[in-house]
Design a protein. Structure first.
Ligand SMILES: C[C@H](N)C(=O)N[C@H](CCC(=O)O)C(=O)O
Ligand SMILES: [Mg+2]
Length: 364
């Protein structure tokens, strides 16, 4: 199976409600979609959102990287050379992790299709039934409580509250949502780098003292502030998760060795795709470290690829934040994994199982 063409398209899907974090507010999910076509008539799909505030990637940078750097390395190459291809894509340029992820997802999709097996089985198997949390955007207290209630009614048992806008107000937000859903849903927080280390310790301790039980707190401080994150981890009981602080395996080793955080959030758009995500899970496993598999605000192409990785890397991957299909008004991807509120089912079709993508605007 040889790659004979690389096509690109844009895919835009409206959200049910705006997605608001300490870093940004967005109303749409918008991906660059890559399609690797083979001489056998197969298509491998991959995607890349433009999460410039986290990865530095824009739609323009993704398109340019794929067209000028990766495409010449992919054309006329055999899909069976997967490891060599992913090594070459990774070595071809630094950073640009979302563009690399898009290409890797498509390559793994094709590789699994070439063996007529679903991707998670090629990655080592596992359980095809997964459960995700759902994100509640940072907002007015009443809106967050209403969104949390609505999520619980939809059957979500884990809610990820976005905070990090104003730590005093965040405490009120968290307490209000906690008392509204107590006993019905577990809360995890994501501050998206919005807090400072000392104030974070005071805030988390005050929540602990008030009996507010939190599963974990994701990326409380700036991505580069590993010492700040360690300062917090050493002083609170609630587990701390590193997200924006870690992209690839080297950063993960640093976080684990220095005990900067208790848990790691693996996202394909940070790792540059599946090959490094697998390495991270294996490194974490060596140290008996827990991982979550998360996603950016991206379409179900990448979310499904992440779900296949999560299935294959359980139990090191013990938590999922793969909620974007549940945040969108509809899913334009036909075939592949099915999303029904908190439940994700990986079906047995080869690769990612994508049949077609509705509303895809092909790029010239
Ligand atoms: C969508 C997912 N639940 C999530 O919250 N991801 C964010 C980053 C999303 C973005 O800004 O695109 C995270 O974990 O920080
Ligand atoms: Mg996060």
């Amino acid at each position: 199976m040889k790659i004979v063409d690389v096509k690109l398209g844009m895919l835009k899907v409206p959200l049910i409600t705006p997605f608001k974090t300490a870093l940004r507010t967005v109303e749409y999910v918008e991906d660059v979609v890559v399609m690797l076509e083979t001489d056998t008539g197969h298509i491998g799909y991959g995607n890349a959102p433009a999460t410039a505030v986290i990865t530095g990637d824009t739609h323009g940078s993704v398109i340019e990287a794929i067209r000028t750097v990766f495409t010449p390395r992919l054309l006329n190459r055999s899909v069976s050379d997967l490891n060599r291809l992913t090594r070459e894509v990774n070595a071809a340029m630094i950073n640009n992790t979302s563009a690399k992820a898009a290409v890797e997802i498509a390559l793994y999709d094709l590789f699994a299709q070439s063996y007529n097996a679903p991707l998670y089985r090629i990655l080592g198997g596992g359980d095809n039934s997964l459960t995700t949390d759902i994100t509640v955007s940072v907002d007015y207290i009443d809106k967050m409580v209403a969104d949390a209630e609505n999520a619980v009614e939809r059957g979500f048992e884990i809610l990820k509250l976005k905070v990090g806008k104003d730590i005093g107000l965040d405490i009120e937000r968290i307490k209000a949502v906690y008392s509204a859903v107590k006993g019905r849903a577990l809360l995890r927080l994501d501050a998206n780098q919005g807090w400072r280390p000392k104030e974070a310790v005071l805030a988390i301790r005050s929540l602990e003292d008030a009996g507010v039980m939190l599963e974990l707190i994701e990326q409380p401080v700036k991505a580069a502030d590993l010492e700040g994150m360690r300062y917090i981890s050493e002083r609170v009981k609630t587990p701390i998760m590193a997200d924006e602080s870690i992209f690839g395996p080297l950063e993960v080793m640093e976080v684990i060795r220095r005990r900067v955080a208790d848990i790691i959030n693996i996202k394909l758009m940070k790792t540059g795709g599946i090959s490094s995500a697998l390495k991270i899970a294996d490194i974490a496993g060596l140290y008996d470290f827990e991982c979550m598999v998360g996603c950016m605000l991206e379409t179900s192409i990448g979310v499904s690829a992440a779900a296949h990785v999560a299935a294959a890397k359980s139990p090191v991957v013990s938590k999922l934040d793969l909620d974007v299909p549940s945040l969108c008004q509809y899913d334009p991807v036909v075939g592949g994994a099915t999303y029904k509120d908190a439940d994700i089912i990986l079906n047995e079709t080869p690769g990612l199982g994508i049949e077609k993508i509705e509303g895809l605007q092909l790029l010239k």
